[in-house]
Design a protein around this ligand. Structure first.
Ligand code: NCD
Length: 320
């Protein structure tokens, strides 16, 4: 990759965070976001064997109360690449299933003296609650419909590396915006970095107050993706719906699924993104998902590890 030489001679400094927690993109300063992106960019080019394992004895608990493949594994890999001790707590086998309250769980986890707790939880605000009761750093790995900050950071890094910049781009976010923490974190991050953000969703899946966040809203995909530089697709998050919000999957695909024909309306070099897990033939045509020229879906997964290395390193290295 072209940037290897540049960063190997002058590595950017460890990312600078103003808080010992990473709970949301909302409220983060532009410079904090940029410092994570530039450090993660450096790690994305660095050979794995060259990453310094400086975090020996640093304990990271990966506590996932919801399913995850990409996010959990990439936090684990990131911690291990830095030399930290990473422990995965499996919720199915934990006491939550036996009725333990969130605060009792927090106290139990606290007794293990972790340095960082990575939390995914179906309730918005659960990571914040942990941050109020525990002494360690808390990283939000996705809470309900609220936020998923490292996903937005990895999306931004992917865009920056592929399109060369972020500021001034037009980016469309399409799908189940109402139930998406990925959309919310991306809206905060992209608007902070000077992107024109368009949100596209069926009226039943579009939050009422969204325009107040500085984005424009469309219920027609063809209008919303016009001239866009990147299109982020979202899964229908049925687990957070009451059941009446969407038409059939076939009908949804007809109006909101991205295929080659609809993509022609976007910028000729537009790229396609999806946080995963994706449903082929529902939000995206299978052929587009596999189109290496246009789809950045695999690159997003790769950048996830780099962003999480930069984040964990900052939580370890910064003095709060
Ligand atoms: C997303 C999540 O869990 O919020 N996935 C992810 O973290 N890669 C999106 C989703 O579940 O649809």
């Amino acid at each position: 990759m072209t940037q290897t030489k540049k960063f190997n001679t002058h590595p950017p400094p460890i990312a600078k965070l103003s808080s010992k927690h990473l709970l949301s993109i909302e409220g983060m300063h532009k410079n904090e976001i940029l410092s994570i992106l530039s450090r993660a960019d450096y790690f994305a080019d660095l050979e794995i064997s060259k990453i310094k394992k400086n975090l020996q004895g640093f304990v990271i608990l990966n506590v996932f109360f919801e399913n995850s493949t990409r996010t959990r594994v990439s936090f684990e890999l990131a911690g291990k690449r830095l030399g930290a001790e990473v422990i995965n707590i499996s919720v199915n086998k934990s006491s939550i299933k036996k009725g333990e309250s969130l605060l009792d769980t927090a106290n139990t986890l606290s007794a293990m003296n972790p340095d960082v707790l990575i939390v995914r939880h179906p309730e918005s605000g659960a990571p914040k609650l942990f941050s109020e009761y525990l002494n360690c750093s808390i990283v939000n790995a996705g809470d309900g419909r609220h936020e998923h900050p490292t996903q937005a950071l990895l999306d931004a890094l992917t865009i920056k590396r592929r399109l060369g910049r972020i500021e001034g781009l037009k980016i469309s976010i399409c799908g189940d915006i109402a139930n998406s923490r990925v959309a919310r974190s991306n809206i905060h991050l992209l608007t902070t970095l000077g992107v024109e953000v368009r949100c596209i969703a069926p009226p039943t899946l579009m939050p009422n107050d969204l325009e107040s966040l500085g984005v424009s809203c469309f219920d027609n995909l063809n209008d919303g993706i016009k001239d866009s530089n990147a299109i982020m697709l979202l899964r229908l998050q049925n687990e957070r719906m009451s059941g009446t919000e969407t038409p059939s999957e076939k009908e949804y695909y007809h109006y909101y699924g991205l295929d080659e024909k609809k993509l022609e309306l976007a910028n000729p070099n537009a790229v396609i993104m999806h946080p995963g897990p994706m449903n082929r033939g529902v939000e995206i045509a299978s052929s587009l998902a596999d189109n290496e020229e246009r789809s950045l879906i695999k690159m997003q997964v790769e950048m996830g590890v780099a962003v999480r290395i930069a984040t964990i390193e900052a939580l370890h290295g910064n003095k709060f």
